[in-house]
Design a protein around this ligand. Sequence first.
Ligand code: UFG
Length: 333
Amino acid sequence: TKLPVLVTGGAGYIGSHAVWALHDAGWPVSVIDNLSTGFKFALPADCPLYEGDIEDAALLARIFAEQGTCAIMHFAGSIIVPESVARPLDYYLNNTVKSRALIAAAVGAGVPHFIFSSTAAVYGTPEVSPVAEDAPQRPINPYGMSKLMTEAMLADTARAHPLNYCALRYFNVAGADPQGRTGQSTAGATHLIKIAVEAALGKREQVGIYGTDYATPDGTGVRDYIHVSDLAAAHVLALEALAAAPTTSLTMNCGYGQGYSVREVLDAVDRVTNRKLVRQELPRRPGDADSLVSDNRRIMATLPWTPRYADLDVIVGHALAWERRLEDIRAAG
Ligand code: UFG
C-alpha cells in the first residue's frame, strides 16, 4: 500500500526530486515548504503545497489531518558548509531546532515513519576511506553537527515512541531530473558541479579550485558524486523498508562508493561541453575535508537499490540540461 507522504522542503533541490519519484510511483504526496530556497515550478501541478515553516505546529497538525500523513520525508534545512561556519546558530536553528519541532509534531500525531536527509559531513575527516556508517562521527563544521544532532534526536525518539526512521547520509548530490522537470535552481550556487555548468554556459567567468594541497592524488578535494534521481529513488525504497518493518530503524550512506577530484569533475564538464573551463587555483575553503567517499555496502545489502545514473558525465549532462532549461524558465518569468 502507498501511504500518504509529507515532504518537507519539497520545493527544494533534492526534495522536489523525491516528490517526483513518489508521484511517478503513485504515492499520495504533499509538500510543506517556506519557499526560502524552493520554487513552485519544481512541483507536479497536482501536488498540494503548504507554504509555511516546519516549526509551525498548528500548520503541521492541519496537514496531517487533511492528508492523513503516514510518513515524513524531511529535506527542509540549510546545506552550505562554509555558510554554516560563518553562521552556526542559523544552522542549529534551521537544521536542529526546527527538526525537533517537526519530530515532536510527528510523535504527537502518531505519524509512524520518518526519513531524514542526513549527510556525509557527520564523519568530519574520516580516518578510513571509503567511510562506513559505524565510523566515528566527528563533524568538522556546524552543518555536519546540526545534522548529527538530529540523527541523535531521531534515535532516542524511535526508542521511546512508535516511530521508525531512516537517516540517509548523502554524499555529494548533483545532476537533475533526466526528464527535465526539476533541478538545482537556487541562486548563489556553491556546489562544484552547479558552479561548473554555470561557468560552461557563460554565467561565470571561471571556476575556482579551493585547495590544491590536499592529501589526495592530484591535491584537490575528492568527493563521491551521486545523481539526485538515484538518491530520490533510494528514499522511496527506504520508505517501503520502514513500512515493512515498523520497529526497525536504519542509517545508511548514500553514495556510489567512487570518488572524483575537483580537477576530474572539471575535466568531465569540459568533455561534456567540448570546451575548456577557465580554472583558478585558490586557497582551501574552511570546513572542507580532503576526501569523502562512501562505503555503500549497507544500502546495497539493505535496499533493492540499483543506481541508474552512476556516471560522472551523465550527472554533468543532466545538470547542464537543467541549467539551460532554467534560462528558459527565468526568461518566461
Ligand atoms: N569546490 C571547488 N570550487 C568550487 C566549489 C567547490 O573547488 O567552486 C570543491 C570543494 O572544496 C570540495 C568539492 O569541490 O572539495 C565539493 O564541494 P561542494 O561545495 O560541491 O560540496 P561539499 O563537499 O562541500 O558539501 C556537499 C554538501 C554537503 C555534504 C557533503 C558531503 O553540500 O551537504 O557534500 O560530501 F555534507
